[in-house]
Ligand binder design. Structure first.
Ligand code: FAD
Length: 642
């Protein structure tokens, strides 16, 4: 049957990429359809019940700055929040939250159901409708044909998914869900370049069977005993505390020991990883416990975090023992750890192998080079992680919507957003293992902070139609308050005549000899905003001006003003570097350039460039093995008229 309505954007898959893609396209006014296996699993966390962390938290904030759902759903479902690296510089500070799976999923589903222009439909997609070199729709398992001008495919770990527990394996998309076999076969038929990756998850434990008295408690921030007990519980969304957090609960820590490691080693001969049953490459940064024991043989203990899965369940996620070892080994290894002597496993750990598609076959907008109107986002592009998936989903969804409007793609640069880094890394370098975000991937990370994701992206989001009125108003209120406060500090002068030396020494480190404005004083190391303001108020004999004028925005504005003052020197220096790189970054490379004929280049460089066919010189520079010297030679070649 041909479904009677036609859509602008059809999104296949209701995971983290698919839900953000569908919400973004619909927010922009595209008539959008989200087709997914099961409405009950919309926004499901396949693995760990947590969102954010270093690099990943930055992506969540960017998704939020563009009006996305992930941060809001985390605020609504978060049962423990922490600011990681809180004692380090602002560029690497990151928010991380434990989420109640059920609350998180419910928040995502509510947002989807209430989003205008968005239709949901439960059914597996088995086929794509293609006319010439353009996708025109998707066909479901029972033969319903949905016509769409664009299709965003976000099938996650489901394409030809195969679960491994020891030497047993079976077809599945993840535990409890069916694989997407027909769709995988169809994509292979279309000759889109594809390979296999794998990822794994730990066994889940019944919390009632854990003896927590033998474990170490780990409370979140804003809670007695936490790292930052005096701070309020952090929030993820720039919309602030619009949605109150649910009850906050602690995590717990236990450890593996020599006996655990012996048990693990005794299962190596039945490990699907070590016996070659699994062909796909796994995430190096999120290794299975058997991989850790094998690779770091000299370590006699690893920390294991016992993370609650929610407020209405006793299920616990033991972070650090992801494994595909046989179940009898899982049983013994879990029970070998302190506090876990009587632990009952509710779900076995497993590894899953699945198809991913080489992201180098995507355009910068995530549209496939081969089939017009077909976009890929999320785990299907070789990444791992909810946050990476959400960011890509939002990106592909908005670009599909822009294509429907006949507008150019939106492509954030590497110095503008982690999203820019993620997209550029994927389309330029491809992946050799599941890709996850790190702050070290961003060469301009001083300006790509969590705290300023809104300043970097919300205006662009508003222009595209991604940002609603409430967010736009909140953003402008903050932006104006920061600018007013910065101006006030730059035009308020402190005169040594009015300031007792003992006072200025206490606050400023040493007495000032001539007049300074407050902004310049704030630049000094060790000078803090609140102490400086108090000193100034005393000098002028008036009450606390900043608190009165900033009101509820006090903390956010102070953060921005302090960072601007303290880091402006470094940020300016980085800007100069960015401009220098940008002078050739965007230079387009001729689509028909025959690199093999550019004999000034080494054979390896010629081969790599013809294989990757970068769109710009900036992308060429980031292909592994392409040296700055090759780039100068290529520039000379182009200047000579190629
Ligand atoms: P998914 O969340 O997988 O969602 C895909 C969606 O598409 C599902 O709703 C599915 O039902 C739907 N779908 C698929 N095919 C079809 C079809 N043909 N028709 C209709 N609907 C379809 N990440 C980490 O960061 N660290 C880890 O250690 C980690 N371990 C993991 C372990 C396991 C076992 C699994 C399964 C995942 C793990 N992940 C891990 C990855 C994390 O779950 C994913 O990165 C993230 O969920 C990807 O989001 P996605 O939207 O791309 O896909």
């Amino acid at each position: 049957m041909l479904y009677p309505q036609e859509f602008d954007v059809i999104v296949v898959g209701g995971g983290h990429a698919g839900t953000e893609a569908a919400l973004a396209a619909a927010r922009m006014g595209s008539k959008t359809l989200l087709l997914t296996h099961n409405i009950e699993t919309l926004g499901q966390m396949s693995c760990n019940p947590s969102i954010g962390g270093i690099g990943k938290g930055h992506l969540v904030k960017e998704v939020d700055a563009l009006g996305g759902a992930m941060a809001l759903a985390t605020d609504e479902g978060g049962i423990q929040f922490r600011i990681l690296n809180s004692s380090k510089g602002p560029a690497v500070r990151a928010t991380r939250a434990q989420a109640d799976r059920i609350l998180y999923k419910a928040a995502i589903r509510r947002m989807l159901e209430n989003q205008p222009n968005l239709w949901l439909f439960q059914q597996a997609v088995d086929d794509l409708m293609i006319e010439g070199d353009r996708v025109v729709g998707a066909v479901t398992q029972v033969g319903i044909q949905f016509r769409g001008r664009t299709v965003v495919l976000t099938a996650g770990t489901f394409l030809d998914g195969k679960i491994h527990v020891g030497l047993n394996n079976y077809a599945a998309g993840r535990a409890g869900d069916p694989p997407a076999v027909s769709l995988s076969a169809r994509l292979k038929e279309l000759k889109l370049p594809q390979a296999r990756l794998k990822t794994g998850t730990p066994p889940r434990i019944d919390g009632l069977s854990i003896d927590y008295s033998k474990c170490t408690i780990q409370p979140g921030d804003g809670v007695a005993g936490g790292m930052n007990p005096d701070l309020p519980v952090p929030v993820f969304s720039f919309m602030g505390r619009a949605i109150p957090h649910p009850q906050q609960v602690p995590c717990w820590i236990t450890h593996t020991n020599e006996r655990t490691h012996d048990i693990i080693r005794s299962g190596f001969d039945r490990s699907p990883m070590f016996t070659g049953k699994i062909e796909g490459v796994g995430p190096r940064y999120c290794p299975s416990v058997e991989d850790k024991i094998n690779r770091f043989a000299d370590k006699d203990s690893h920390q294991i975090f016992l993370e609650p899965e929610g407020l209405t369940t006793h299920e616990v996620y033991p972070n650090g023992i992801s494994t595909s070892l046989p179940f009898d080994i899982q049983y013994d290894l879990v029970r070998s750890m302190a506090g876990m002597e009587n632990a009952h496993i509710i779900r076995p750990g497993y590894a899953i192998e699945y198809d991913y598609f080489d992201p180098r076959s995507l355009k910068n907008s995530f549209e496939t080079k081969q089939i017009q109107g077909l976009f890929f986002a999320g785990q299907i592009n070789g990444t791992t992680g909810y946050e990476e998936a959400a960011a890509q989903g939002l990106f592909a969804g908005l670009n599909a919507a822009l294509q429907c409007r006949g507008e150019d793609a939106w492509l954030p640069r590497r110095d503008e957003a982690y999203l820019g880094v993620l997209v550029d890394d994927l389309v330029t370098q491809g992946v050799t293992e599941p890709y996850r975000m790190f702050t070290s991937r961003a060469e301009f990370r001083l300006q790509l902070r969590e705290d300023n994701a809104d300043a970097r992206l919300t205006e662009a989001g508003r222009k595209m139609g991604l940002v609603d009125d409430a967010r736009w108003e909140a953003f402008n209120r903050k932006r104006e308050a920061v600018s007013r406060e910065t101006e006030r500090l730059k035009t308020t002068w402190v005169n040594p005549r009015n300031l007792p030396p003992i006072e200025s020494e206490r606050v400023l480190g040493k007495a000032i000899e001539h007049e300074h404005n407050l902004f310049d004083l704030l630049r000094r190391p060790g000078v803090h905003y609140d102490a400086l303001m108090a000193m100034n108020d005393r000098q002028h004999h008036h009450a606390d001006v900043s608190r009165e004028t900033l009101g509820d925005l006090h903390a956010t504005v102070v953060e921005q003003v302090e960072i601007a003052a303290k880091y402006s020197g470094y940020i300016d220096r980085q800007k100069i570097e960015v401009e220098r790189a940008a002078s050739y970054e965007g230079l387009k490379l001729p689509a028909d350039l025959d690199y093999l004929q550019v004999t000034a280049l080494s054979f390896e460089a010629r081969q790599k460039l013809s294989q990757h066919r970068p769109e710009t010189l900036g992308q060429a520079a980031r292909i592994s093995g392409i040296t700055p010297a090759s780039i100068s030679l290529l520039l000379i070649h182009l200047k000579k008229g190629g």
